[in-house]
Every structure is written in structure tokens, then in C-alpha cells.
Design a protein around this ligand. Structure first.
Ligand code: FAD
Length: 392
């Protein structure tokens, strides 16, 4: 038998997604629902094992730009109605988001942003100190100037959500291959025609790169320079206590060792929290550090002294797939054709997932709208990285 005749036949799909994470899995669901033959490849052993399972579950539409606002408004509609539409509980809670200000600088920044946010009809308001303390009575009142409150934002479980997208997409015929790493592409006449893995070769009309923090390395297989740089962040969860806190609390005040932090109480009682270290910790290392807890607990206790006696149960570390300006990269690659980027989600990939998944589906089905064109302009992978996202 010749080596040619021994070769396994190449299986064909309409779309192949690289990465079964916060973006790839919902995208497989919407593309399969549109009737397309789908394959999702992931090097990990099961769904959501990259950054997805390390996210703390915050979901907000209150961003600083129209693209992310629009995408996350749609994500909130999807997350909040998921139980009714699909029958799976993903622990969605509409607890709201609250950005606090203890200094004039943060108050001015947040109030400046508020003007733009209101022009996009977001349900967000500035609350003075007393109004804010009515919503969050346990905030430290000392020097509190007020803050924004957006009651329509919320939280859900990243793992339950990704699992539900996975199972629902499989019911619609999507195929998933785990423990299968993408190792190369075959390009013919300027177009990607198939993908190579450690186990085989698969062809498709479109390939969607949703490999999160590994996107740069996957791009290098095609000699593309995809500006996604993993930046590690740690998070933790406490023991459960009786419910006393509804919204996600975010403090954007920069300090010498950290730029911002956020926390909320899960509806089963635990406080879940996260901090952005300063300077950033670049790289793929996801081993927890001993520096994290002293740094974050000091800051949280300044804002909410009542948490002093809570015991931390577990810490973990994961990656934000960062871009130079803090905005995702979504759009078709010009050369070679056939590859669509859906990466660089920074600290917001879970909340952006369903909105981006529907957008990618309209792109593949050639059904994009004027609003999609606006979003794609903002997230264009070929943009100049001049501006900086204000609410990273
Ligand atoms: C501590 C922490 C807290 C966070 N909190 C929030 C939050 O509250 N809200 C929010 O919206 N976001 C949050 N995030 C950010 C969020 O987790 C990410 O933005 C999001 O998960 C990125 O999604 P993704 O699909 O791009 O990547 P991932 O979810 O990482 O998926 C990428 C997948 O690609 C696979 N892959 C990589 N390379 C290959 C290859 N060569 N071949 C095959 N498969 C490959 C990986 O195994 C992985 O499963 C947080 C992140 C961290 C670390």
C-alpha cells in the first residue's frame, strides 16, 4: 500500500474553531444553530479549561465604547434569558455593578464616562455618598464621594455557561475534539484550506482563531503577528456567609502595586475577588503567588472593612489575553484569506462571549448589519493601537 493510499481522508467542515473557551464555545453554538457543520479543536482535555474557568463571572454592559457596550448588552440579554430559552441554570444574577470613588480623580473620570454611557441608553447613574450607601451599606463611608450604579449588569458561572453552550451545540451537531492541538495550516493560492493537529488534518471554508492567551503562538504558524499578550491575574473565593452584598464593587483607583480590583458576593454567599497588579505580570505562568492575598485583602478592607473576619478558601491565577489598547481583535485576516480572529478579549471575554458569537455567525453567514459594521470597525485587527480602554 502506498503512503498516499494509507493517509486518512481529510474530514470537511463549514467552520473550524480553534479553542473551546469563552468565545469558541458560544460561537460553535450559534454557528451550529445556523445549520453549519462545525468542528471545535482544543488542546485541553475538556471545555473551558483555558481562561474561561478562571474568570470570576462578572458581566456588564457599562463600558466606555459603543462596540463593547453593544456586544455586552446582547450578551446580557442572552445570559439573563438562558434558563428560560435553553433550560440550563447558569447562575445568572442581576446584581448590578458599582464603581466607587474615594478621590476627585476617580469621581471626575467616572462622571466623564457616564455622559457617554448615558448617550448609549445604558441604565447607569451617579449616586452621591448617601444614595450609594443605601445600595451598599457596608462600603467604607470615610472619604466616599459616591459612585456609579448600573442595576442591569450582573454575574453568572463561567463554567456552567461554557458547559451549557457546549452541550447545546453538540445537540445541534457541533463536533468537539479535545486533547488535539493545532500545529499548522495548509494554505493554497492565498487561502487557508485546512488545519493540522497532532492527530490529523481537517478542511473548512472558514477558520476562527479563538485561542485566548495562546493566539499569538497559533498566528505564528501562519507567520502572522497577532498582538495578544497574556497577562496573569489572580483571584480568590472566601467561605460563604449570609447574603449582604448585591452588586459587583469595582475600585479603579491606582495604587503603587495595583491598578484596580473588583469583588462581589456570589448568591451562595462566598465573596469572589480579583486584582490587577501594577506593573502587569506578563507571560503564561499560572502558578499562584504569595504576593496576591496581602495585596488584595489590604485594598478590599479599605473599601469594605466588614470583610475583615472572612476566611479565604482558595486562590487561583489565570490569563487576560491582552491587546495593546485593551480592545479585542475581531475580524477577517486579509492574507491568507479564510481566517477570522476572535481573540484578545482582555479581562472581559466571558461577558463578551455570546455577543461576539452571534456577530461571528452573522459574519460567516454574510448577514452583518450596520451596527455590526460599527463594532467591526472598533475591533478591526488592523487598527492603529492609539487609544487606551478606560474601563479595562
Ligand atoms: C482571574 C480572572 C478573572 C476574570 N474575570 C472575568 C470576569 O469577571 N468577566 C469576564 O468577562 N472575563 C473575566 N476574565 C477574562 C476571561 O477569563 C477571558 O477574557 C476569556 O476567558 C478569554 O476567552 P477566550 O475564549 O479568548 O480564551 P479561553 O477561554 O482561554 O479559550 C481559549 C482556548 O483555546 C485553547 N487553545 C489554545 N491554543 C490552542 C491550540 N494551539 N490548539 C488547540 N486549542 C488551543 C485553550 O486550551 C483554551 O481552551 C477573567 C480572567 C481572569 C484570569
Amino acid at each position: 500500500m502506498s503512503s498516499e493510499s494509507r493517509k486518512k481522508p481529510v474530514k470537511s467542515f463549514d467552520v473550524i474553531i480553534i479553542g473551546a473557551g469563552s468565545i469558541g464555545t458560544p460561537t460553535a453554538f450559534y454557528l451550529a444553530r445556523a445549520g453549519l457543520k462545525m468542528l471545535v479543536l482544543d488542546s485541553a482535555a475538556s471545555v473551558g479549561q483555558g481562561s474561561n474557568k478562571r474568570a470570576i463571572g462578572g458581566i456588564r454592559a457599562t463600558h466606555s465604547d459603543p462596540a463593547k457596550i453593544s456586544l455586552c448588552q446582547r450578551s446580557i440579554e442572552i445570559f439573563s434569558s438562558w434558563k428560560e430559552t435553553q433550560g440550563d441554570d447558569i447562575e445568572w444574577v442581576r446584581g448590578g455593578y458599582c464603581f466607587v470613588a474615594y478621590r476627585e480623580e476617580e469621581m471626575d473620570n467616572l462622571q466623564q464616562l457616564l455622559k457617554g454611557q448615558k448617550s448609549f441608553n445604558l441604565n447607569i447613574n451617579w449616586l452621591n455618598t448617601n444614595e450609594l450607601l443605601e445600595i451598599v451599606p457596608d462600603l467604607n463611608p470615610h472619604k466616599l464621594l459616591g459612585g456609579t450604579f448600573s442595576p442591569d449588569d450582573g454575574n453568572a458561572s463561567p463554567l456552567l455557561a461554557v458547559h451549557s453552550f457546549y452541550q447545546q451545540s453538540r445537540k445541534l451537531g457541533a463536533e468537539y475534539h479535545f486533547n488535539e492541538e493545532v500545529t499548522g495550516f495548509i494554505v493554497n493560492k492565498g487561502k487557508v484550506i485546512s488545519i493540522l493537529t497532532n492527530l490529523g488534518e481537517y478542511s473548512a471554508r472558514y477558520f476562527i482563531l479563538a485561542a485566548g492567551g495562546e493566539s499569538r503562538e497559533v498566528g505564528e504558524l501562519l507567520s502572522l503577528e497577532i498582538p495578544v499578550f497574556p497577562d496573569s491575574h489572580e483571584a480568590a473565593i472566601t467561605e460563604p456567609v449570609q447574603r449582604f452584598l448585591q452588586p459587583m464593587i469595582v475600585d479603579i483607583q491606582p495604587k503603587p502595586d495595583s491598578s484596580n480590583f473588583y469583588f462581589y458576593q456570589h448568591y451562595t454567599g462566598q465573596i469572589v475577588f480579583c486584582i490587577t497588579p501594577s506593573p502587569n505580570i506578563w507571560g503564561h505562568d499560572i502558578r499562584e503567588s504569595s504576593a496576591f492575598l496581602p495585596m488584595v485583602s489590604k485594598r478590599i478592607l479599605e473599601v469594605m472593612p466588614r470583610l475583615f473576619h472572612l476566611r479565604v478558601r482558595r486562590t487561583w491565577r489565570g490569563l487576560y489575553p491582552m491587546t495593546p489598547d485593551g480592545f479585542p481583535l475581531v475580524g477577517a485576516i486579509k492574507e491568507p484569506e479564510g481566517l477570522i480572529l476572535a481573540t484578545g478579549m482582555c479581562g472581559q471575554g466571558f461577558m463578551l462571549g455570546p455577543g461576539i458569537a452571534e456577530l461571528l455567525t452573522r459574519m460567516v453567514c454574510e448577514e452583518t448589519t450596520a451596527n455590526d459594521a460599527m463594532i467591526l470597525e472598533y475591533l478591526n485587527p488592523y487598527r492603529q493601537f492609539r487609544s487606551q480602554e478606560l474601563l479595562k
